[in-house]
Write a protein that binds this ligand. Structure first.
Ligand SMILES: Nc1nc2c(c(=O)[nH]1)N[C@H]1C(S)=C(S)[C@@H](COP(=O)(O)O)O[C@H]1N2
Ligand SMILES: [Mo]
Length: 351
């Protein structure tokens, strides 16, 4: 489907990006930017008064046996398939992001992945992923399908034509990045699953391994495992991507290895990481954040600057270019993808 294919440009060695002092200074830098405050506000949003820092996180932590990774990119699993990497960049069918790509180390060291959250700087979790072993990995497919099946993810990655897509990424907490994902359309995965004509929604459930994921052990008040869902017409949209990699390589663990969804018109939490189940349903399934705080996190959760979060405006966002550069910019309708997805949401204010 692509006439325009560009070779990714960020393979050029960039010594600045690998200077450890950059990420060692992160906390300090983010505090200066005011991001620490946003993070704390969101913690309250997500789990009410069950504030993670008040729990004896160390005593509850899963035993950690593997050595701490040296840096955020050392968490790319050694046994992740690399066939098809780096993939050719596709630019047809959706707009250019209109802003530069976020620095790679920032995208892999400022994360939301509650299964790994511990204490302190809650975004700083890459070093807690040592015990997590994504491969081998299978996905169970069930519900309204012709035939339930189990898919091996390494096979899937090898068999799919991988492509690179540079998407804008917007978290509900009002920060954003620009990410070069590697992956394949969710539509292709769904076609492989062969849903029947009763299927109106598709539900995703993330992995639940408390012995490998310290955040699971430390936050029993959440309804683990993480669960999300989309309407079928959303899931079949061209923009919906199954990401298996980023920046030309397989996903680091903290970014959702071995696979996660990238839905650029929705708030980040609509894209489950590390899912192990795909279930096709007739009825709208419950979703994790919506179940916890329905007034704050809707089922659709499209990026919409005219619909404020009850506790903050969504009209603008802090665009994180690097650990030290975070400019406040206006948020765009459907995160800039209104032309691609606006017709799916006739009831949503689009002014
Ligand atoms: N399983 C799972 N998936 C998840 C989350 C999570 O905590 N657990 N966090 C979500 C949120 S809030 C965001 S913003 C993105 C963050 O992706 P990143 O860390 O790769 O930027 O993942 C989403 N997917
Ligand atoms: Mo998020």
């Amino acid at each position: 489907m692509s006439n325009v294919i560009l070779r990714p440009d960020w393979y050029l060695p960039d010594s600045a990006a690998t200077d450890p002092s950059l990420y060692l200074n992160r906390r300090q830098v983010l505090r200066t930017l005011g991001l620490g405050t946003i993070g704390l506000a969101t913690l309250g949003a997500g789990c009410g008064n069950a504030n993670g820092t008040s729990v004896g996180a160390d005593s509850a932590a899963a035993p950690r046996s593997s050595p701490r990774p040296d840096g955020p990119l050392d968490t790319i699993p050694a046994n992740a398939p690399r066939d098809g990497y780096p993939a050719m960049r596709v630019t047809e069918g959706f707009p250019e992001p209109g802003r530069p790509i976020t620095e790679r180390l920032t995208a892999s060291s400022y994360n939301n992945f509650y299964e790994f959250r511990n204490q302190g700087d809650l975004k700083d979790l890459w070093h807690l992923t040592a015990d997590y072993e994504p491969f081998p990995w299978t996905i169970e497919v069930r519900g309204e399908v012709e035939q339930p099946m189990t898919l091996d993810v390494a096979d899937l990655i090898t068999e799919m034509d991988l492509e690179e897509r540079v998407y804008r990424f917007r978290c509900v907490e009002a920060w954003s990045m620009t990410i070069p994902w590697t992956g394949f359309p969710l539509r292709k995965l769904i076609e492989k699953c062969a849903p029947n004509s009763n299927a109106r929604f598709v539900r995703f459930v993330s992995v639940n391994r408390p012995e490998q994921m310290p955040g699971l052990a430390n936050s029993p008040w959440y309804p683990w495992p993480y669960f999300e869902a989309l309407r079928m017409d959303e899931a079949m949209n061209d923009l919906a991507l199954v990401a298996t990699g980023m920046y030309g390589e397989p996903l680091p663990k903290q970014n959702g290895s071995p696979l996660r969804l990238a839905l650029p018109w929705k708030y980040g939490y609509k894209g489950p990481k590390a899912f192990v189940l795909l279930e096709f349903t007739r009825e709208q399934p419950p979703t994790f954040w919506n179940e916890l705080q329905p007034a704050e996190y809707s089922f659709l959760s499209n990026v919409n600057p005219t619909v404020p979060h009850p506790r903050w405006s969504q009209a603008s966002e802090r665009f994180l270019l690097s650990d030290t550069e975070g400019e406040r910019v206006p948020t765009l309708m459907f995160n800039g993808y209104a032309e691609q997805v606006g017709a799916l949401y006739p009831d949503e204010p689009q002014g």
